[in-house]
Design a protein around this ligand. Structure first.
Ligand code: HEC
Ligand code: HEC
Length: 172
């Protein structure tokens, strides 16, 4: 009886693990919040909430008065609504999406990284791109996802949809 119980526990633990680590959908969930687009995509592309865990979003939102060197503060009610949207749709709550899953699993110092481009998964994926293609006028920096990922707006970051300005398709 005890052996059976242990066996059942073991099996359910294995399945819980499996469930946690599996993903069925490609990319990340697309943005579906108008307020977020209006307020957070004025200076750059509307990063999908599934690109960072909630701790990172929380930390970023706590420092909007000095957001990467610029003031991105919001009205109180917008701040609350956007914080909730980011939290509810953050990467660890969207583990069925491939990229959210990979980003979460790559995080080592959870919560201290507030740039997607500083997450270990992102760094690993982008380290082979020559600097001249990143720094060029048409791109400016790795923060500018949409400059190379033609389907970034849909939350799709597959290799076949990458086109780097003045370079072309990416084959590695
Ligand atoms: C006034 C302009 C401005 C507004 C408004 C703004 N940002 Fe930014 N954001 C920036 C700048 C500048 C950077 C740094 C880009 C770079 O690396 O040079 C940045 C970077 C980021 C990054 C990191 C990108 C990376 O490199 O991984 C995230 C995530 C981000 N912003 C989210 C937000 C969110 C969420 C909001 C809305 C609450 C917002 N931003 C509003 C200007 C802005
Ligand atoms: C200078 C062009 C460029 C910019 C800007 C850029 N990427 Fe990439 N990205 C690439 C290339 C090239 C790869 C490598 C594909 C490979 O070798 O698998 C890649 C890979 C990826 C991958 C993994 C894809 C795969 O098939 O394994 C993800 C996810 C990704 N990028 C997301 C982003 C996000 C999010 C941003 C913005 C914060 C961004 N990228 C900015 C060029 C870029």
């Amino acid at each position: 009886m005890r052996a059976l119980l242990l066996f059942t526990l073991l099996i359910s633990a294995l399945f819980a693990e499996e469930h946690n680590y599996s993903y069925k959908k490609p990319g990340v969930a697309p943005v579906d919040n108008k307020l977020y687009v209006n307020e957070c995509a004025a200076c750059h592309f509307a990063y999908q909430p599934g690109l960072l865990p909630s701790n990172s979003w929380k930390k970023m939102m706590a420092g909007l008065e000095n957001h990467f060197g610029v003031d991105a503060t919001l009205l109180d009610e917008d701040f609350k609504a956007i914080s909730k949207y980011l939290n509810d749709n953050s990467a660890e709550k969207a583990m069925e999406y491939k990229r959210s899953n990979k980003i979460v699993r790559s995080m080592r110092d959870d919560g201290t990284i507030i740039a997607i481009s500083k997450t270990p998964y992102f760094i690993k994926k982008h380290r082979e791109i020559p600097n001249r293609y990143i720094k060029q006028e048409e791109v400016k920096g790795l923060f500018n996802c949409i400059a190379c990922h033609t389907t970034a707006e849909k939350g799709i970051y597959s290799e076949r949809d990458i086109k780097i300005p003045n370079y072309g398709r990416w084959d590695d």
